[in-house]
Design a protein around this ligand. Structure first.
Ligand code: AHG
Ligand code: MN
Ligand code: MN
Length: 337
């Protein structure tokens, strides 16, 4: 085995070579990574740690919170509020933004997170994760407001996720490709296990919740019908399907061996643009996927170019292998006339 590179060493070397990881951003990433280690320990304890089941509360989106949703949110806040690298945080599990308390120094960055992605999989022992997105606080005024967070995804300074699965893996981009770090439990450290991650441009694997088929818009139905037609159909090849119901796990598979992931708008709640949230699910995943050579759109536009109107805004998501995402997007463009 070659020399082991830790997360700290990776970040220091990135800074030396490219000069694009300022001190505060490095601290932020290290603190988030440390919080993910704590979360991994809780996740692993499961029933022994009394972390399974419902918390008996609802979040702003009307979803019942699991105990782990609440625990992970608290771990991330506690880890991040004192370091002086942040001005404020926002999370799936909090209605409004969380300002860094006055007793701590204020930093330049804004952190958004989905503390626990794949909540329906916690109790059934299937992979779950944490997703995060980092923005710079706009300059020119003191204080922080929700409006400061409403920046398009292409302005993210960094994004990442941690997947708690058979292995615990941290996946990170600071805008210079995608790196993966595996948690060495004995040492308690993150070890670089893959750099320059690349998503194959073509794929024969799709991920979508097929139970919603009757609610889909025609372009999505057309794409999936063509996949299902297999060798005899217009695509001339057989497709495989996977749906974990944890976006982190589906995206992780796509980063590893290619594929397309879709959670499109559907007719169940026609007034909502989709199920997933733009600022702490679609944007960070879109940034990572693009940095790995893939693509991410809402059917018509690049996800990273969407101007958010509110913190918990929802969005239709199509991401993964570039040629497939472009195909689905072109079906939407055709249908829109
Ligand atoms: P969260 O647990 O953070 O609310 O996110 C769950 C999301 C996403 O991870 C996954 O792709 C999707 O919900 C699954 O939805 P269905 O249960 O409708 O398939
Ligand atoms: Mn989620
Ligand atoms: Mn969540």
């Amino acid at each position: 085995m070659g020399k082991r590179v830790s997360l700290t060493q990776y970040l220091v070397e990135q800074q030396r070579m490219h000069g694009h990881i300022p001190g505060q951003l490095r601290l932020l990433i290290e603190v988030v990574a440390r919080a993910c280690k704590r979360i991994a320990i809780s996740v692993n304890k499961g029933a022994l740690g009394d972390v399974l089941g419902s918390a008996g509360t609802e979040n702003v989106q009307g979803e019942v919170q699991k105990k782990l949703d609440v625990i992970c949110n608290e771990v991330l806040i506690e880890a991040n509020e004192w370091g002086g690298h942040l001005a404020a945080m926002a999370s799936e599990e909090m209605d409004g933004i969380y300002l860094v308390p006055n007793r701590f120094p204020q930093g330049e960055y804004l952190l958004l997170f989905d503390p626990l992605d794949g909540s329906s999989n916690i109790d059934v022992n299937v992979s779950i994760g944490t997703i995060f997105s980092v923005l710079k606080k706009p300059e020119g005024h003191t204080g922080v407001s929700e409006g400061d967070f409403l920046q398009p995804g292409h302005q993210q300074a960094a994004a990442g996720y941690c997947i708690y699965g058979p292995q615990t893996t941290l996946v990170l981009t600071v805008g210079d490709g995608v790196a993966m770090f595996t948690l060495d439990r004995e040492q308690g450290s993150w070890v670089l296990t893959q750099d320059g991650v690349k998503i194959p441009e073509d794929t024969k694997e799709f991920a979508i919740n097929m139970s919603n088929m009757r609610h889909w818009a025609p372009p999505v139905k057309r794409y999936i019908d063509e996949c299902l037609a297999g060798k005899e159909g217009p695509r001339g090849k057989d497709f495989n399907m996977r749906w974990v119901a944890s976006m982190v796990a589906d995206v992780h598979r796509i980063l590893t061996r290619g594929g397309i992931f879709m959670y499109p708008w559907d007719k169940r709640e026609p007034e909502k643009p989709g199920k997933l949230r733009l600022m702490y699910e679609a944007n960070p995943m879109g940034f990572i996927v693009e940095q790995a050579g893939g693509a991410a759109t809402n059917g018509l536009q690049r996800v990273l170019d969407l101007q958010p109107g509110k913190l918990h805004e929802r969005v239709s998501v199509i991401l993964g292998s570039k040629n497939e995402v472009e195909r689905v997007t072109s079906y939407h463009v055709d249908a829109a006339g």
